[in-house]
Each structure stands twice: as C-alpha cells, then as structure tokens.
Design a protein around this ligand. Structure first.
Ligand code: MTE
Length: 339
C-alpha cells in the first residue's frame, strides 16, 4: 500500500516540484515542529506569488482553516521523480473541466468564483441507518485531514499531479452506517442555474445534476478521498469547492465536484457521461492504456504543463499507476467490457 504517514522531513525527492513557493515552504516546514505550523504560512502568499490570486478565494471558514492546518501528510508518492513533479497551482486552477460553468477549460476559473460555498450542506441518504442533511463541518469534523499527492488523468488525454487535502470517503460512509442492501454510492453536484451559467445553456447535453457513482468497495478503498483543499489551502471553486471526490485510479470525470448528495444505493447508478454516450464512457472508467476511447487513444497522456516544443507526452499506466493498490478490486472482471 502506497499510503503512508510521513513526517514532513521524510518527503521523497519525487515530490520536488517547480511549484517553488509551495515547496520552499514545505522544506521550511520540514525543519519545523510539523505540518500544522507550516501550513499557516501557505496562505495568500501562495496565490499572489503564483500570479493567480484572482482565481481563488481566501475565505475558508475558520473550522476549515483549522482542519487544513492540522492536516497530516498521508502522502501517496507517485514514483517517477522526473514525470511526477507537482503540477503548478496555476495550471491546476486555470485548466479545468466543470461544465456547470461552461465547456471551455478557462470557463470555470473565470466564472466559478461567484459560487456560494458557505454555508454548504450535503444530504446522505438511501440505504443508511444514520443519514440526513449535514453541514460540511459536521461531515469533516470527526476526521483527521490528510494530504495526498495523486495523479489526475483525464480521459481527454491530459494529466496532472496534485496535492489534495481531505478525508477518506470510507470514514464518512462508515459513520452513515450502510444497510446490507447498500452496494453502490451515488453522488450529485449542486443544481443552481443562477449561480452556474453552464446549467442555463441550451447547448449543454448534460441532464443536470452531474451524477457519478462507485461500487461500495471502490468508495471504501483507502485511496478514495473527499477533498476540501489542495496545495495547502481550501479548494478553489473551479476545482470543486467546497467538497469533491478524488479517485486517482479512474479517469477524472469520476471525480465529481461540489457535491450536495451522497446516496447509498442497491443498483448501479447511471452516471452523467455514461448516459450521454454509453459506448464512450462506462461505469468503471478505470485508467487503462489498452482500452481506447473511440476518439482518444489512452496509451499516452500529456502531462501538464506542456508546450508545443515540450509536449511532455508520457506513457499511461494501468489504473493510473495504482495497480498494486486497486487491481484486486477487479479480479475476474473483463476490463474491456467493463470500461
Ligand atoms: N464534476 C462536475 N460536477 N462537473 C464537471 O463537469 N468534470 C469532470 C470532473 N468532475 C466535472 C466534474 C472532469 S471531465 C474532470 S477531468 C475533472 O473533474 C477535472 O477536475 P479539475 O478541473 O479539478 O482538474
């Protein structure tokens, strides 16, 4: 299992990154008592040093700022020191898919800052004994925040390496106390056309809300994270604030943003992209270089940032490089049929 709890000073060189502000502070943290003390320094400075201050809020509620500050490094270390450098915050927060704000990669950073993310509540319902509507703090409070450095691979053929902050989804599900009929987890994003211009568009093929789902064992897997922060601070709205899923061995579209409902269900849910084009997007969406999308080869990926002269094309790995951790979930399953 790649998940390990490390002291800040133990960070592997593969986490060394051009994200100089983040890392120089991290190194500084290594010499300090712990991450908690260091994260306090990762405030607005990160944004302004990055020239990207306008795209991120600086208004995390106090309880969340405390949780982020107390995060422990539960680092999942991607293994190639050259390829797996952290994606600069600027790229991760300006090149986004969030169709609620429009179809272009730049739409979310331009338009999502108006989304009201506090107060925010999430309904946990379906096959559970202990569900109900909870505010974000109620969901987050009982759990220790962790930082996880994960690859994010989009089915369109680009990828990033992002340091997320959040809590294992498994803990939230366990607290909801699923019944024996709970076999899948279904997630929904907010529907609010007033705040989300993409939901007002007549050109959108999406039947809102954006829906995603996991098998219960996938949802309970220790790699599966509910993220509330990244790069040492709260999630920018364009990245799915205040609460998004991160499933690093699956294509990025599984990692649903701005979640308002988590339902434990008996039947396999129908997901947004699967509903639009079932021959292109399956339920599983496990990263797999051997199973091409009809329009995009999945054999390689473009690791951001890249340029025309430095295309930065790398080989895609089965399960996005997390096969040791997750392949056993799919023993006996034909990954071609169940794409
Ligand atoms: N969640 C919602 N609600 N709406 C979306 O359009 N896009 C998905 C996923 N989650 C999407 C979403 C896709 S296609 C990808 S690749 C990732 O978010 C992108 O995450 P990022 O913008 O933070 O890199």
């Amino acid at each position: 299992m790649l998940i390990k709890t490390v002291k800040p000073g133990d960070l592997r060189e593969s986490a060394v990154t051009p994200e100089s502000v983040y890392l120089s502070r991290r190194r500084f943290m290594g010499g300090m008592a712990g991450l908690g003390a260091g994260l306090a320094l990762l405030g607005p400075g990160l944004a302004s040093a990055d020239g990207n201050a306008e795209t991120i809020g600086d208004d995390a509620p106090e309880w969340l700022a405390d949780k982020l500050r107390e995060a422990r490094l539960g680092v999942v270390t991607p293994d190639d020191p050259e390829q797996d450098r952290l994606t600069p915050f600027r790229d991760a927060s300006t090149y986004n898919n969030f169709y609620e704000f429009g179809p272009d990669k730049s739409d979310p950073a331009r338009l999502a800052h108006r989304l009201q993310t506090a107060p925010w509540s999430v309904v946990i319902d379906g096959e559970v004994n202990n569900g109900g509507r909870m505010d974000l703090e109620e969901i987050a409070r009982p759990s220790q925040f962790e930082e996880r450095i994960y690859r994010l691979r989009c089915v369109e053929g680009w990828s990033m390496v992002i340091p997320w902050l959040g809590i294992p989804l498994a803990e939230v599900i366990r607290r909801a106390d699923p019944t024996s009929r709970a076999h899948y987890v279904r997630f929904e994003t907010l529907v609010d056309p007033e705040q989300m211009p993409g939901q007002r568009s007549v050109f959108s093929a999406i039947d809102w809300p954006y829906v995603e789902g996991l098998r219960l064992d996938e949802a309970m897997h220790p790699l599966t994270l509910l993220a509330m922060g990244m790069y040492g601070r709260e999630l920018p709205n364009q990245n799915g604030a205040p609460l998004r899923l991160v499933v690093p061995w699956k294509y990025g579209f599984k990692s649903i943003k701005s979640i308002v409902r988590i339902s434990l269900v008996e039947e396999q849910p129908m997901n947004t992209w699967q509903q639009i084009a079932p021959d292109e997007y399956g339920f599983y969406a496990n990263v797999n270089p051997d199973v091409d999308h009809p329009r995009w080869s999945q054999a390689t990926e473009r690791r951001l940032p890249n340029t025309l002269f430095r295309p930065n094309i790398i080989k895609t790995q089965l399960f996005n490089g997390y096969a040791d951790e997750v392949a056993s979930l799919y023993a006996g399953l034909d990954l071609r049929t169940h794409y």
